[in-house]
Write a protein that binds this ligand. Structure first.
Ligand SMILES: C[S@@+](CC[C@H](N)C(=O)[O-])C[C@H]1O[C@@H](n2cnc3c(N)ncnc32)[C@H](O)[C@@H]1O
Length: 267
């Protein structure tokens, strides 16, 4: 574990620069197996009608599955589950910074698997993950249990009702946000987290997915110490009046060891 008297972004960088060990390789293989097993699932998922405003429309759709109200689990997981590099960052951060961890947007449970493996290595600390879609919440709970990740609690419900009570009860050291991608809803969630917890790290996925997400990220950069990984961002809580943005110019965090983190806002 990193030294918890240091600022949380310094701890994050130290965690990402550590060399990979055998335990990490074994855990990443388990996460790969979890990702592959999503392709075997045949359930049909139902989603509410799309309520995105123009600024919330994604810059590109990977397939029709991302905007359809009815989709098979395997198709949906293929386009929405966490990318391997971001999964690896989440694993490292959970392992080196420790828990408790709160996740908003369980989805397939793959990002939860990366976090939960990291937390098990950190001493079996807990991950609480929120998912409003009941089928997804049930399937993720079943799959995570089957993967022996019994340090995860999947809570079915929305961030509007659950984020504040769960964050104030558990005081998470890390919060992974990959949920409602609408800017207004995301800004409200981040504001709620700012008011509820401090000395924590927000890990935000998809920061350039839509003009709205980019606006949310711009707000975080202006008000918090942040690190920009181009597709993903880290922001330290509490907010800082003189925020120090940093950017990392590569996409693959595995290359972070020895890489330069610059003080520029320009990724
Ligand atoms: C991109 S997916 C998350 C994928 C996940 N990281 C993974 O690796 O499988 C976004 C998830 O956020 C959930 N979501 C949408 N609105 C939400 C809300 N208001 N509160 C919590 N989660 C929400 C969606 O149902 C969906 O499962």
């Amino acid at each position: 574990m990193t030294d918890n008297s240091q600022p949380v972004l310094e701890r994050a960088l130290e965690a990402l620069r550590r060399p990979t060990d055998r335990a990490e390789m074994a855990d990443l293989l388990s996460c790969d197996a979890y990702r592959k097993s999503s392709a075997q699932r045949t359930e049909t998922l139902q989603f509410p009608a799309d309520q995105r405003r123009p600024e919330d429309q994604p810059r590109f759709e990977l397939s029709e599955a991302s905007s359809s109200p009815t989709v098979t689990y395997s198709d949906w997981a293929a386009i929405s589950a966490v990318l391997p590099d971001w999964g690896r960052v989440l694993y490292r951060l959970a392992r080196e910074i420790g828990g408790p961890v709160l996740e908003i947007g369980t989805g397939s449970g793959l990002s939860s698997a990366y976090l939960a493996h990291g937390l098990q290595r950190a001493g079996d600390e807990t991950l609480t993950t929120i998912e409003p879609q009941p089928q997804l919440a049930d399937i993720a709970a079943e799959r995570l249990q089957a993967a022996n990740l019994d340090n995860v609690l999947v809570v079915q419900g929305s961030q509007d009702e659950l984020a504040v009570p769960l964050a104030s009860a558990s005081r998470p050291r890390l919060v992974h946000v990959d949920s409602d991608h609408r800017a207004a809803e995301l800004l409200r969630l981040l504001d709620d987290l700012d008011r509820t917890i401090d000395d924590s790290l927000i890990c935000l996925d998809d920061i350039r997915w839509s003009p709205g997400m980019e606006r949310v990220w711009g707000h975080l950069v202006a008000t918090h110490d942040t690190i920009d990984f181009h597709l993903w961002g880290l922001a330290a809580l509490p907010p800082q009046p003189q925020a120090q943005p940093r950017s990392y110019s590569g996409l693959a965090p595995r290359a972070l060891r020895g890489a330069n983190i610059t003080g520029s806002t320009d990724p």
